[in-house]
Design a protein around this ligand. Structure first.
Ligand SMILES: O=C(O)COP(=O)(O)O
Ligand SMILES: [Mg+2]
Length: 229
């Protein structure tokens, strides 16, 4: 895969790529819904809605029961309740996917610089990375509200490239959804996809990606096989 030949850095997505956070989202969303007088929804429903940041998630969850006007009227208090619930349980129910720590260690050992770019708010992201032992791997971390635009906009990826002083072709993005791939394509970064996360209910095979890798460790091996001389 010659698109990986010049890779010097990797940008790793968080939710659905490093951590299975749906159980955290589930507890926080149902806590918010209870405050609003709404009944609980399932993890499967929530997994279809995660990936495009908190605002999109809250609007999608409330749209199960309410029309647009009612959502707008309650949005600020819903967001406040959601953030309160999420921060109170952040990381308690979520788990690392297999070979994440091993994959990050391998990428680093191969000399790649690492960044984390997530659509999760940075106030959730920073403590979660620390709790799960992931914080030490990344030189740069951007949350969904760290910059003026989030994925699928290319801005967060372009910002990492600039931070590292690298061209987009030298920086591979690794994520679980079409949202990550669209951002990578728009930035000009190669992109690899893990199949175990949340892709808005769509098949990962429909993602415009340079390859599907079963784990981050397999991503490291694939990159190594194309960059090793
Ligand atoms: O919080 C989200 O919307 C998902 O974030 P991600 O970019 O880490 O998948
Ligand atoms: Mg993701």
């Amino acid at each position: 895969m010659s698109v990986l030949a010049g890779v010097r850095a990797a940008i790793i997505d968080l939710d659905g790529t490093m951590l299975d956070t749906i159980p955290d989202f589930h507890v926080a969303i149902n806590g918010m819904r209870a405050e609003l007088g709404l009944g609980p929804i399932t993890r499967e429903q929530i997994a279809l809605m995660v990936g495009k940041g908190s605002e999109n998630l809250i609007r999608s969850v409330l749209a199960l029961d309410w029309d647009a006007a009612r959502i707008e009227a309650a949005f600020a208090s819903a967001m406040d309740a959601y953030q309160r619930h999420y921060l109170s349980i952040n990381g308690n129910h979520s788990a690392l996917y297999p070979d994440v720590l091993e994959g990050l260690a391998a990428l680093k050992a191969q000399g790649l610089r690492l960044a984390c770019v997530t659509n999760k708010p940075i106030a959730f992201t920073t403590p979660l990375l620390k709790l799960k032992g992931l914080d030490g791997f990344f030189e740069v971390v951007y949350g969904g509200d760290s910059l003026p635009r989030k994925k699928p906009d290319p801005l967060p990826l372009q910002t990492v490239c600039a931070d590292f002083g690298l061209q987009p072709a030298q920086v591979v993005a690794i994520g679980d959804s079409s949202n990550d791939a669209q951002a990578a394509r728009a930035a000009g970064c190669p992109v690899l996809t893990v199949p175990y996360g949340y892709n808005h209910g769509e098949s990962v095979h429909d993602i415009d990606s340079d390859g599907i890798v079963s784990t981050l460790l397999e991503a490291a091996s694939l990159i190594r096989s194309h960059t090793h001389h």
